[in-house]
Design a protein around this ligand. Sequence first.
Ligand code: F6P
Length: 359
Amino acid sequence: MKVGMLTSGGDCQSLNATMRGVAKALYRMYDQDVEIIGFEDGYKGLIYGDYRVMKPSDFSGILTEGGTIIGTSRQPFKQMRTPDKNGLDKVEAMKRTYKKLKLECLVVLGGNGSQKTANLLREEGLNIVSLPKTIDNDLWGTEMTFGFQSAVNVATNAIDCIHTTAASHGRVFIVEVMGHKVGSLTLHAGIAGGADIILIPEIPYDINIVVDALKERNRMGKRFSILAVAEGAISKEDAKLSKKELKEKKKNGVVYPSVAYELGAKIEELSGQEVRVTVPGHMQRGGEPCPYDRVLSTRLGAYAATLIRDKIYGYMVCVKNGEIDKTPLGEVAGKLKTVDPECAMIKEAKLIGICFGDE
Ligand code: F6P
């Protein structure tokens, strides 16, 4: 039996641990009589027929290794139906590779866009089992994605490091956390790191409320303040604009490297306080998976193998009510799991005085 496997989209710390879980369980179930084909650099490998026949030894010693042993790339879902520069129909090419290799199924480890393409391939008749990868934890249909907790650790560690220097100098520090559309990572790392102000895309902020919160801390005799700000944090004002209007506004204004720098400049202007910006960036996707992710990945991977054994296709393996389960891919594709501004975690964070820039 032949099983194809690919990792797609932005990487994360626990991709190898997840592939290991799938592979180890499959090799045991089929008494080593299974061939795993690893497509190189995600869907690109499937489109252009670039693959490696994996050996059981390839999956040994990778539980703690970040990144992905088969490589990944971003192949936007939107462009899947657009022929490549040589006129190649990508969807047909993927189907051809799958059929030529006589695959029983394709295992896809990916985030939102990758799940959409996985669903497209399911609709085209391919046997698909997918696994929920992303540091953003923004996949619909699962309570948890692998990679998220490891990224929370890195982002929290960044805030912890900033704490001591912020305290020494009595400065305002902004730590920009990954997450363009969803603020889960910022919310968790912000609370874990003891941030005073947390700004996420789901709760547009009022700059005056942010500045007032900083002034209030000064009045209380606090020498420093830390803001955990998501890449996609947005002001109330900008949230009212259409995409086009926002683009226009940005074009005509000062160009900042990222949202944290823009916010920092505004805070300095309105409060007169010295602001420093730290952007941990892709460090948040690097390093080894944390123990939580190693366990989660192993469980998700082993469960995926049982779906293959039982020929249950068209599902994404997920976490439901704290247990490993499956969700139909058709229900996952195209939906985003965002942070509910009214959720208990935010209410509790507000109770201890964390400001979200909204009240
Ligand atoms: O989707 C994961 C993620 O790390 C986001 O949090 C971030 O906004 C984006 O990917 C960065 O993408 P890239 O690695 O392509 O710069």
